[in-house]
Design a protein around this ligand. Structure first.
Ligand code: NAP
Ligand code: F7E
Length: 337
């Protein structure tokens, strides 16, 4: 009989890539959709899998509905991807962030423990848990989260470990560094940059307005990271694994690459909030800084060491930073044609 998987957050970026991957492997894929989702299937549709998954109404804030669902479908594997994922928003709505990321994870773990105790659970942990810890970061790096999101994810990480140790559950944490794709949510910087570059190319926008250009992130492709999630769950023993490319780039470099993809070679002038990126050929300002986009506290540099995943899961990211940005810009340009 086919393996059955339940994905919370199936309507998000990672949920869509993971659903596609599990379907390819012959899984019976189920997913949770919130009652107020405007078009919950848009990303699943983009990958051509909308009609191949079974969607159920649900919310991480509703433990009874989760318990009912898990009791009824008896999944072999549960991937808890649902969360409030925007770090900047988590400063504005901290209780919602803690509710979705921490309490939500507890609801999933508890429903699994009580109603499907042999199900394997994947908890979507995050490099944001490292916060201000200096790079490179790996599974043994002390965690110093710097946002309500990071702190809530750290609570969920420890809940998964606690359920594993206390109840013998097969619960694993994927400590994933930033991963992007054309399906990335609109609030995230790579998507904003890719869309802005595409809009500038057709004259629909003149300039890209960004926050901290110096922030460094280890950006990979979401499809590669979905493969790593699945590999963790297949291990005989549960565990915690960093997934990362091992290469960091600044936000400035992401803007440079995206604009280069549409034929704009940038030169940088000025410092701090006065810094601008100008088109070398025309002199037009194409990137500027708005301090309103700075966060109350920044995570300055994330750079992951995924040696454990490479060794134990035979996992290796396939898509480079340049190829990722190019793919995202090309996808946004296609929206303008
Ligand atoms: P995403 O695109 O923002 O998707 C988040 C998903 O969670 C959406 O399907 C959303 O549903 C759902 N959700 C939010 N609150 C919910 C609730 N209360 N009940 C049920 N569903 C809820 O995020 P992603 O990039 O795919 O990330 C997936 C997971 O990996 C998240 O847990 C994230 O924190 C974690 N993570 C992501 C990254 C990354 O770089 N992408 C890195 C590390 C960890 P709606 O569509 O209804 O909003
Ligand atoms: O910001 C800087 C910003 O919002 C990246 C989530 O998936 O990855 C993601 O969190 C950096 C930050 O992602 C803008 O200050 C500059 O330093 O794309 P982001 P994030 O905060 O790293 C982690 C691993 C997760 O787990 C999260 O769920 O870019 N930045 N200017 C900007 N960021 C945004 N959003 N918008 C700007 O205009």
């Amino acid at each position: 009989m086919a393996q059955r998987a339940l994905i919370t957050g199936i309507t998000g970026q990672d949920g869509a890539y993971l659903a596609a991957l599990l379907l390819d492997k012959g899984y019976d894929v189920h997913g949770l959709v919130r009652w107020d989702a405007v078009d919950g299937a848009v990303r699943l549709r983009a990958l051509g899998v909308e009609d191949k998954v079974t969607l159920h109404w649900g919310d991480l804030a509703d433990p009874l509905a989760l318990a009912q669902l898990i009791t009824r479908i008896q999944p072999n594997e549960i991937y808890n991807l649902a969360a409030l994922t925007d770090v900047a928003v988590s400063f504005a709505t901290p209780a919602a962030a803690v509710g979705a990321c921490a309490l939500g994870a507890l609801h999933v773990l508890e429903a699994a423990r009580l109603h499907a105790p042999s199900a394997r659970v994947y908890q979507a942990s995050s490099s944001e848990m490292f916060g201000t810890a200096p790079p490179p970061q790996d599974e043994d790096t002390p965690m110093h989260p710097a946002s309500p999101y990071g702190a809530a994810k750290l609570a969920a990480y420890w809940l998964a470990r606690t359920y594993r140790d206390a109840y013998g559950m097969h619960a694993s944490n994927g400590i994933l560094f930033n991963h992007e794709s054309p399906l990335r949510g609109e609030g995230f910087v790579t998507k904003k940059i890719a869309r802005g570059a595409a809009a500038i190319a057709v004259g629909a926008q003149t300039c890209l307005t960004l926050g901290n250009l110096d922030a460094q992130r280890d950006w990979g492709h979401a499809r590669d990271y979905a493969a790593g999630m699945w590999a963790m769950v297949q291990q005989d023993a549960p565990g915690d694994y960093v997934l990362a490319t091992g290469k960091a780039h600044t936000v400035r470099e992401a803007a440079e690459r995206a604009l280069a993809r549409v034929g704009i070679d940038l030169i940088w002038e000025g410092r701090g909030v006065e810094e601008v990126g100008r088109c070398r050929a025309s002199g037009a300002v194409r990137v500027r800084v708005d301090p309103a986009l700075f966060r109350p506290k920044e995570v300055p540099a994330l750079l992951g060491n995924a040696a454990k995943a490479r060794r134990a899961l035979c996992w290796a990211p396939q898509v480079t930073f340049a190829a990722l940005i190019d793919e995202m810009v090309d996808a946004e340009r296609a929206c303008f044609t």
